[in-house]
Structures are given as C-alpha cells and as structure tokens.
Design a protein around this ligand. Structure first.
Ligand SMILES: [Zn+2]
Length: 241
C-alpha cells in the first residue's frame, strides 16, 4: 500500500502534465467545455460520479501470469480518472483510495468480507443524490490468451446505456483501434450494479490473461489514455440531448 501511494505521488507531476494534454484533447473534441463550465458555475444540478476501483485488500480480483493483481491496476486507473474528472469540474466520490476492502466489522471469512464490501459500496452509491457509478475492473479469459481490449458494461437504469456507448466509442478510438468492441448490458447476477438505484457502468479495461495487454495496463501512460477516454465518453454522453 505504501509503495503504491509513493509511486502515485512521484508520478503526479507527469500525470498532471499528461492530464492537461488529455484535457486539451477532450476540449478540442467539442462539447465538454460547456458541460464543465455549467457544472462549475452551478447553472445545472451536477451529478456525482462515484469512481469505484473494483476489489481491494484481501480481494485482489483477477491475477495475471506475472502476478499482477487486478485490484492494484483498478486503483491506479481509477485515481487517474478521478483526477481528470475533477480537473474538469465534475463532483466525484471514490469508494476507496487505497489497497483496502471496505467491509464492516464482524465480517470474518473472505466470502463474508466480499459480501460486506459490496453492500457498503451499494450503500455509498444509494446514499448519494443524482449519482452515476463508474466501476473500474480488469477482465480475464485464461482459455483465450489472445483476447484483448477494453469493454464497457451498463445496468438497466438510464442513461447508463448512452454513457456506456459514448465511453466505448472513445475507448475504441483510443486503445481498441484494431479491435472495436460493443457495450453490453450487465447480467443481473452482478450484485453491485443490480442493487444500485443509479445508472451504473463497469469498464473492463483489458485482459490480464493476455500477456501483452497486461504489460500495457501497467504503464502510467496507457492508464491515462484509458482514464481520458472514459472521462471524455462520460462528458460527451452527459452533454448529448
Ligand atoms: Zn473485477
């Protein structure tokens, strides 16, 4: 956890520079300027974006062949996304900012801790007015080691599908250039997105079962490209009529 925080701190200047470049690109691409301005000036009720790095603590999620753990990548990408959204004037809340699971006292087994953690994430989202959940994860498909790319999933609360489509388009133009994907509705078996009452998005940033993609996912620059595409997709969808 300490190493992770130090790395984040050391990389902050580079991140800021890259974030400004990313922001310039987003502004150049169009409509976000108006959205950011109106949320800064309070001329419309602003949404709260809940940035949720999936897993954490004892629940590491998927693990790559080289030992890279999903929860750490989720956190790094989510922190970059949170920085970009805030630079553009978006109100955000993060479910975690460190390598922790957010289970309550009394949870003992790993299963109990996972269940408690998810319930607490749902309670956090449902306790906010006008929230949108953006959950960051990594995929894995060990039987198909060549499968790769970022894909967006959405729940049944609109405008989740429009936000997902907009994010997917930006990701396809940024990191999926030879491998465009289509957003998909999340199965109702996923506890978090089924139980929140707000639009919910899951971004599966890449496949830890793919060696080359795992290497990319660990690069700060690639993480920033993912975060910038997700942020730009979010603002474009929110600005659409
Ligand atoms: Zn996950």
């Amino acid at each position: 956890m300490v190493v992770l925080m130090r790395k984040t701190h050391l990389g902050f200047s580079a991140l800021l520079l890259a974030a400004v470049a990313g922001m310039a690109l987003i502004l150049w691409q169009g409509r976000v300027g108006i959205a950011a301005f109106s949320s800064l000036t309070g001329t419309e009720p602003s949404r709260v974006v809940v940035v949720d790095p999936g897993h954490g603590g004892e629940d590491g999620g998927a693990v790559a062949a080289d030992g890279t753990v999903e929860s750490g990548l989720n956190l790094q990408i989510a922190l970059r996304l949170n920085t970009l959204l805030r630079l553009l004037g978006q109100v955000t809340v993060m479910t975690r900012t460190e390598d922790v699971s957010i289970y309550s006292d009394g949870a003992e087994t790993l299963h109990q801790k996972k269940v408690s953690d998810l319930k607490n994430r749902v309670a956090l989202v449902n306790g906010l007015e006008n929230a949108v959940l953006v959950s960051i994860h990594q995929n894995t498909l060990p039987g198909s080691p060549r499968t790769h790319g970022a894909q967006v999933f959405y729940n049944g609360v609109e405008p989740a599908s429009a936000i997902a489509l907009s994010m997917q388009e930006r990701l396809n133009n940024s990191v999926n250039t030879e491998n465009g994907k289509t957003p998909k509705r999340i199965s109702d078996s996923i506890y978090l997105t089924k139980n929140v009452m707000t639009p919910a998005i899951i971004v599966e940033c890449g496949f830890l079962s793919n060696e080359g993609e795992t290497a990319h996912l660990k690069e700060p620059g690639y993480q920033l490209r993912l975060a910038a595409a997700v942020a730009a997709g979010y603002f474009s969808a929110e600005e659409a009529p």
